[in-house]
Design a protein around this ligand. Structure first.
Ligand code: FAD
Length: 500
């Protein structure tokens, strides 16, 4: 067995994906006597965006043993409790996709079903009133969980907004401390062996670097997975029609919000990601429906502060590689595919891929059964996230532009049709196996998008209405009192993790 161990790994690319892989691999393989090398080209640079995350990133941070305050300080990060979707269902309407619990489940039935019944009867407030993180967002409050028994303060779900460039530097330092060999240079050629496996890569200066296993983190170009191995790409543009983004940071405007804002525009949407030192902004749009000039103007017209630099355009094709792992090459990050940043899932997909890689970590025999299973699980994960993104577009009521007309009337995947039909009927969400977004996320987004179920879970009627009314009132009060107890987001940062 020992002779079959992987002894050399090369990561091509030093963006977020490359350094996430490098930090995790050097940590996990530290006792395996396995060399991990990363090759990056400063001349080519990184995509330089990707600043909003979801709570699962805490698992990755735990694996690395990060000190969270240090990480927040070094990456000039802020905390994120939700995404606010503005003008998505119709202009003038907004809702939160908030992290964590909604209300309190009773008798095995999720809280939102009780809320649906009482809302239909006109006896319940807005869903935000029963959700700790949404209430905190409305008041710009934040804190981490404390030991508070049954209180929602014991279980506060959060993620981060951080500076992508600083994040890569931070991870690079960690990885180098754990033994990463980093090389600067441009890969200009890839050599394959007789079985079609990648044997080595050649740099512009003529040096050749060989390895047993390669991780392609070269971004959209997919240097190894596509250019060398011709793996193929599933194009999802017909479901996720945005193919461009124009981005520009701007000066901060007041205290940072503890949430990302996504505002729907005429042919796409605009993000607003508050950091400690600036706000990250971008306008994601479909070039079929809008010119670059118009997209740029919309972005600049909707900034909260003075732009810091010139707007930059990034092109992409939504979709994924036909195989994420092909022979001895694993694609990570943008080289694996891209589904657009609407729900901040790309960095999570890097982390999820690394976790699966550790589960199916290969030997030199590269067992095809493991590779096939890795690809099956990854495709499932991507397709379910894809459907979650599509639902935001497809369920809109907007009819003010050809883009929204297209989205509203486009065909959607059958699994999503089924999910929407079931939700409309009785509010149930059938989470497919262990798909990443849970029932609450689907509920918040579908309801927020204006899909209001005809009915609710049958067991809700076990409770008399007056009892439900009292329970809802008590939950609402618990949320008010809990959020009263929380410091403001800015106060929390000042106290624990303010950057220089
Ligand atoms: P890149 O950053 O492009 O890095 C590629 C690396 O490969 C670079 O170091 C480059 O120098 C190197 N390279 C390329 N060719 C060669 C060569 N020939 N030789 C040597 N080196 C080479 N994700 C989120 O989770 N949240 C978000 O909010 C979010 N927003 C996004 C917004 C937009 C508009 C886009 C496009 C993406 C967004 N993402 C987001 C995705 C996120 O940016 C990426 O998942 C993440 O940055 C990983 O990128 P990467 O490392 O794969 O690629």
């Amino acid at each position: 067995m020992k002779e079959k161990r992987i002894k050399k790994i090369i990561i091509v690319g030093g963006g977020t994906a490359g350094y996430m892989a490098a930090a995790a691999l050097t940590k996990v393989l530290s006792k395996q006597n396995c060399e991990v090398k990363l090759i990056e080209s400063e001349q080519i640079g990184t995509v330089g965006v990707g600043e909003a995350t979801i709570p699962q990133i805490q698992l990755y941070n735990k694996l690395l043993g990060l000190d969270e305050d240090d990480f927040v300080r070094r990456t000039k990060a802020t905390f994120k409790l939700a995404i606010q979707f503005k003008d998505w269902d119709k202009i003038g309407h907004s809702y939160y996709h908030a992290f964590g619990d909604v209300g309190k489940d009773m008798e095995g039935v999720q809280f939102y079903h009780y809320w649906l019944k009482m809302r239909q009867l006109g006896k319940a407030g807005d869903i935000d009133d029963y959700t700790l993180t949404s209430t905190a967002c409305n008041q710009q409050k934040f804190m981490r969980s404390i030991d508070a028994g049954n209180s929602p303060l014991s279980n506060i779900a959060y993620a981060f907004h951080f500076d992508a460039g600083l994040y890569a530097i931070y991870l690079r330092e960690l990885a180098e401390k754990s033994g990463l060999i980093r090389l600067e240079g441009k890969v200009i050629e890839t050599q394959l062996n007789e079985q079609g496996f990648v044997q080595s890569v050649q740099l512009e200066n003529g040096d050749i670097h060989a390895a047993d296993f390669f991780i392609d983190c070269s971004g959209f170009r997919g240097l190894l997975i596509e250019q060398a191995l011709k793996t193929g790409y599933d194009d999802w543009t017909h479901w996720l029609p945005c193919d461009s983004a124009v981005t520009v940071p701007c000066e901060s405007a007041g205290e940072p919000w503890p949430f990302t804002r996504s505002t729907a525009q005429k042919a796409g949407w605009q993000w607003r990601i508050p950091l400690q030192h600036r706000i990250g902004n971008g306008h994601v749009y479909s070039s079929k429906f809008m010119s670059d000039e118009e997209a740029k103007q919309i972005l600049l017209d909707n900034l909260d502060g003075k732009p810091l630099g010139e707007p930059r355009i990034i092109r992409f094709t939504t979709g994924k590689r036909k195989k994420f792992w092909n022979k001895n090459v694993l694609a990570l990050g943008l080289s694996a595919g891209f589904m657009e940043p609407l729900e901040s899932t790309s960095i999570h997909l890097v982390q999820a891929a690394l976790s699966k890689l550790f589960t199916f970590f290969p030997t030199l025999s590269f067992d095809q059964v493991d590779i096939d299973e890795y690809n099956r699980q990854s495709s499932f994960e991507w397709e379910r996230i894809r459907d979650f993104l599509i639902v935001h577009y497809h369920t809109t009521k907007r009819d003010d532009s050809p883009f929204w007309d297209y989205c509203r009337t486009m065909d959607i995947p059958p699994e999503l049709q089924q999910k929407i039909a079931q939700f409309k009927k009785n509010g149930r969400v059938a989470r497919i196996d262990s798909e990443m977004f849970n029932e609450l996320s689907w509920f918040e987004v579908m309801y927020g998008q204006g899909l209001h179920p005809e009915s609710y879970h049958a067991l809700v009627d076990n409770f008399p209405e007056d009892l439900l009314e009292r329970r809802l009132e008590s939950i609402r009060n618990v949320m008010i009192n809990s959020v009263d107890y929380m410091p403001t987001h800015q106060e929390f940062i000042n106290q624990h993790c303010k950057s220089e």
